[in-house]
Design a protein around this ligand. Structure first.
Ligand SMILES: [Zn+2]
Length: 154
């Protein structure tokens, strides 16, 4: 597993809490981990709604993405938190009464919805630019929990 590049760590440490606040996710703890993204995706998120905890997995080549793509990706992944109670319930129904094709249709539809919403919401938010990062240094760490595991993952 590759390290995230240092500038990617800095972006995530400062920018992710800003997005969390904007989307009403201040109570959440989100650990950021480098990962080979699934299915060629830039990122994915594993959500544990009951404890307000999520692991956000970011592709190792994250720094190569444009600021716009980073913003869109993070908003997309955070939106997955918001619909998680609904889709968890649907998953339970599918476990009891569903089929693999039904599960795939719902998964595809949820992804399409989240993509569409991210495309609408992301442009209303700041980009993760250098100036933005500097402006946030002062208040980060006091209001939010973005785990230091970013540094410690091998
Ligand atoms: Zn998604």
């Amino acid at each position: 597993m590759r390290h995230l590049q240092p500038d990617a760590q800095q972006v995530l440490r400062t920018y992710l809490p800003y997005l969390m606040q904007e989307l009403g996710l201040e109570r959440w703890t989100i650990d950021v981990r480098p990962a080979a993204a699934r299915d060629g995706a830039t990122a994915h998120i594993d959500v544990t709604y009951a404890t307000w905890y999520a692991e956000l997995h970011i592709a190792a080549d994250w720094s190569d993405y444009t600021a716009e793509a980073q913003r869109n990706t993070l908003v997309h992944e955070l939106l997955h938190i918001l619909h998680h109670p609904l889709t968890s319930y649907v998953d339970e129904l599918l476990d009891a009464h569903g089929s693999a094709p039904m599960r795939e249709v719902i998964r595809t539809q949820v992804e399409a919805m989240v993509d569409r919403l991210a495309g609408i919401i992301a442009p209303t938010l700041e980009l993760p630019t250098a100036g933005f990062r500097e402006g946030l240094e002062g208040w980060l760490g006091t209001r939010f929990t973005v785990d230091e595991v970013i540094d410690s993952v091998p």
